[in-house]
Ligand binder design. Structure first.
Ligand code: GLY
Ligand code: MN
Ligand code: MN
Length: 463
């Protein structure tokens, strides 16, 4: 049986031949990183490397030739090191385990890699991704060039492997979609757990802190086999929700406030990314509910705009219309000052309350790779002055969505105190974020095991 990883290596080799006249591709995994003194950060493999190997050990390199031949360099078996750090696959077992054609100890890297570059047209590697890699490739090319007098030819061009791999990774295959569904389900249950804990602790008169809810998230992630959070969890009580990159800290979670949690686990290399905003005590107040319903309606509009054939920007534009209308309806913007809905959109008058975009690609990386501009359409549209800054901006036709692309849908509203804004809304920050797989006719929301409706959130927090 050919593994998905072998299929991806073959597909990459075919693209190297088709789009770039062949050559050889070099893909290192991520380095181990020191945290402090002799403690390392938890090890996380490189996403490109994992996509092509399924291999999670550090100190490994993959080399793929355009004819499909693959070579893996990995840590050698070493009884002493394995006693301390754990079992290594080793180069002897790698071909059978990973389906690569050849494998070497990583100790042979500098001796063997220049040989793999001999008589190749191009050398491919991920540009601007691994510190020092360009210099390393140059050093290997120098070794190849030293043998030119013996009749060897040296690659004459370097090409960015990301251009091929990013396009491959943008459309998730069945295995990836399945893993992402499982990751999203675990994260959704973690959100439910945090909501219920908040209400239960407050009902019991306990001192609830943001870190208590983060602990519930981490417990649920790990309990279901997730290796790590996909990014640093945001647990923001009350006004902290208006700080977009806030992280769970020590702030008390108070009766009557909203809590915004943006947290998702990574499972088997794939991220999930969910945000829910809920009343700490389980019951929305009037102004909280009013603003929440606007964000929720905006999210529904973005969901409806997500389907194959639509553009990446369509969910954002759909959300902006609903958010802007809601800001006018609730008096955070006024017709007298800001004009009609179209004026609000044209002048970006919503920007003080909604300053981020509605979507990003999601995959192995939480902000996954893949161009947001439709290939071939860059620089085809005229430049326009940005209404907020006056800077001329080139309109970039956004990506056409295809089945299997995965993106987040995450509208929000963040209200800072201001004389222009009814005081009842001050310090409220709301975001609702789900993960969507694009299908032929719409999208599949894979993170809805945690509800978004007011009544459903209130019901589960009573439970
Ligand atoms: N959690 C990061 C984001 O929502 O983009
Ligand atoms: Mn997100
Ligand atoms: Mn998020």
């Amino acid at each position: 049986m050919t593994s998905i990883y072998a299929q991806r290596r073959a597909a990459l080799a075919a693209l190297m031949s088709e789009k770039g006249a062949g050559g050889v591709a070099i893909i290192p995994t991520a380095p181990e990183r020191a945290r402090n003194r002799d403690s390392d950060f938890p090890y996380r493999h490189d996403s490109y490397f994992y996509y092509l190997t399924g291999f999670t050990e550090p100190n490994a390199w993959l080399v793929i030739a355009a004819n499909g031949h693959s070579t893996l360099f990995c840590q050698p078996k070493d009884v002493e090191r394995e006693i301390w750090d754990g079992i290594r696959l080793g180069p002897e077992a790698a071909p059978a385990a990973l389906g690569v054609n050849t494998s070497w100890s990583v100790a042979e890297l500098h001796k063997e890699l220049p040989k793999l570059l001999e008589n190749q047209t191009n050398v491919w590697f991920p540009f601007a991704t691994h510190e020092g890699l360009t210099a390393q490739v140059d050093a290997w090319l120098t070794q190849v060039r030293a043998r030119v007098r013996m009749g060897v030819s040296c690659p004459s061009s370097q090409q960015d492997l990301c251009t091929l791999l990013d396009e491959m990774r943008l459309v998730k295959d069945a295995h990836e979609q399945d893993t992402m569904r499982r990751a999203a389900r675990i994260s959704a249950h973690a959100h439910v757990r945090a909501m219920q804990t908040s209400a239960r602790m407050l009902r019991a008169g306990q001192d609830v802190r943001e870190y208590h809810l983060e602990a519930e998230l981490l417990h649920e992630f790990r309990q279901h086999g997730s290796q790590f959070p996909a990014y640093t969890s945001i647990v923001a009580a009350g006004a902290n929700a208006c700080v977009l990159h806030y992280r769970a800290d020590t702030a008390p979670i108070k009766d009557g406030e909203l809590v915004l949690i943006d947290a998702g686990c990574e499972l088997d290399g794939y991220a999930s990314d969910i945000t829910r905003t809920f009343p700490a005590n389980g019951v929305f107040s009037g102004p909280q509910k009013d603003l929440y319903q606007v964000v929720l309606a905006a999210q529904y509009a973005s969901v409806a705009a997500t389907k194959a054939g639509a553009r990446f920007n369509d969910p954002h534009e759909a959300a902006l219309r609903v958010l802007s209308q809601g800001l006018l309806d609730l008096g955070l913007l006024t017709q007298a000052k800001h004009g009609s809905l179209d004026d609000v959109l044209e002048k970006k008058a919503y920007a003080p309350f909604y300053m981020h975009r509605t979507s990003h690609w999601l995959g192995m990386d939480v902000h996954d790779c893949g161009s947001y501009v439709e290939p071939g359409e860059a620089n085809t549209a005229p430049a326009k002055a940005d209404p907020l800054t006056g800077v001329m901006v080139q309109a970039r036709p956004s990506r056409v969505l295809h089945p299997g692309m995965v993106l987040t849908l995450e509208p929000g509203l963040y209200v800072r105190p201001s004389g222009d804004v009814p005081e009842a809304f001050w310090h409220i920050g709301i975001r609702i974020e789900d993960d969507a797989i694009v299908t032929a006719t719409g999208c599949e929301l894979i993170s809805r095991d945690v509800p978004v409706e007011v009544a459903e959130i209130e019901a589960l927090m009573r439970a």
